[in-house]
Design a protein around this ligand. Structure first.
Ligand SMILES: Cc1cc2nc3c(=O)[nH]c(=O)nc-3n(C[C@H](O)[C@H](O)[C@H](O)COP(=O)(O)OP(=O)(O)OC[C@H]3O[C@@H](n4cnc5c(N)ncnc54)[C@H](O)[C@@H]3O)c2cc1C
Length: 341
């Protein structure tokens, strides 16, 4: 499915500059970069612009389903509005967005099982009402949780320009990202790392089967195409690392470096014949990842952890010199200092 919106008062050159910058930042392939059109591939589909002359452009979005189309459309709209808020009213899509409806990537799921997988992880099994779109290349989603005391939540709705209107103030919704550890049709397993003070973590350890929960997704990630890999992450990344390991062919080799804050080795990571696994504490993580990355010059380096660790790794020589197209660094959570710190 493909939709477009014509926009006046925005030059092709200006918008092209913005979009090419974005493509470079995120390593997205440019499918067409000609005098009057630009098309960029993303994990959700293709987005682009066409020059209509005299300070006028057409923005276009093409995806294989309503959920991906919405994510792409929303991303493009948010970008344009961020730089040129005056254009908000002008964006009118060819398929006419049904203002007030739920976003296509929003759904309710039912908790069908909740049990302690190991001391630091609670496994939830959910039954999705709309499992389409979740697969090996789309393994992340967000829980959409009302804050404590909000017994009458307002759920997100679409705006006329295709973006999502989220409730604010007391009605604001908490939206932490999680990974589908496993999928069996509409049934998914989610492994929640149990940590102090976490709204999702607290919810996960007390939720009972039969509870309905709102989720939004899927988001990307999951498959790595390389014969040598480094997979490195803290507890929050164990489910994603597990999912990636399961997608690797048997002849892939490499190293898995698990940061564990308590030096626990109880998370059931899948076995792989070509991967060695090392568990380290927070102080040894950066050094261990850099050593592994230095020995993996032609391979893929995948890293996900707390913001400070990722920041240190981003600046590390061994990671900086690794080709951008063969590395992934993601902040999975950010430590908020408590008053006693
Ligand atoms: C792509 C992606 C995939 C993810 N997949 C998973 C997953 O499968 N399983 C999983 O458990 N997490 C996963 N995470 C991490 C998860 O989103 C965060 O840990 C999130 O903050 C947890 O939400 P919360 O409501 O429990 O805590 P919040 O309410 O967001 O935070 C409350 C407090 O807890 C602290 N906190 C948050 N996370 C941690 C932590 N890991 N250890 C210690 N303190 C913490 C915060 O600093 C804050 O002080 C993923 C993140 C991303 C970006």
């Amino acid at each position: 499915m493909k939709v477009y919106s014509d926009i006046d008062g925005l030059t092709f050159a200006a918008m092209k500059g913005l979009m090419l910058h974005e493509a470079t930042e995120h390593g997205l392939p440019v499918l067409d970069n000609s005098a009057d059109s630009l098309r960029i591939q993303s994990e959700y589909g293709v987005f682009g612009i066409v020059d209509r002359g005299s300070n006028a452009i057409r923005i276009e979005v093409e995806a294989d389903g309503p959920s991906n189309l919405h994510v792409l459309r929303e991303g493009l709209v948010d970008h344009i509005i961020h730089f040129l808020p005056d254009l908000t009213q002008q964006i009118a899509w060819s398929d006419t967005v049904q203002e007030g409806l739920r976003p296509p990537n929003f759904q309710f799921a039912e908790v069908i099982a909740a049990e302690r997988l190991c001391p630091s992880f609670q496994r939830l099994t959910l039954c999705l009402s709309k499992p389409e779109g979740f697969n090996d290349r789309a393994i992340h989603f967000r829980f959409v949780l009302p804050h404590q005391g909000n017994t009458d939540p307002e759920w997100p709705t679409l705006t006329a320009n295709g973006s999502t209107r989220w409730p604010t103030g007391d009605k604001a919704l908490h939206r932490p990202v999680y990974t589908l550890r496993a999928q069996r049709g509409a049934e998914i397993d989610v492994d929640v790392f149990v940590h102090e003070g976490g709204q999702a973590s607290d919810w996960a350890i007390q939720v009972r089967p039969g509870t309905q929960v709102a989720v939004i997704g899927p988001g990307g990630g999951g498959v790595i195409d390389a014969s040598d890999v480094v997979l490195a992450g803290d507890e929050t990344a164990y489910p994603a690392i597990s999912r990636i390991i399961e997608s690797l062919a048997d002849d892939v080799s490499g190293r898995v470096i698990l940061l564990n804050h308590d030096m626990r080795k109880d998370y059931p990571l899948p076995q792989h014949p070509g991967l060695s696994v090392q568990t380290v504490g927070p102080d040894a993580f950066v050094t261990a990842v850099c050593a592994a990355a230095s020995a993996c010059t032609d391979g893929y380096v995948w890293i996900a952890a707390e913001a400070e660790q990722v920041k240190l790794l981003r600046k590390a020589n061994a990671i900086e010199k690794h080709p951008k197209s063969a590395r992934y660094l993601a902040t999975y959570w950010t430590r908020v200092a408590s008053e006693s710190d």
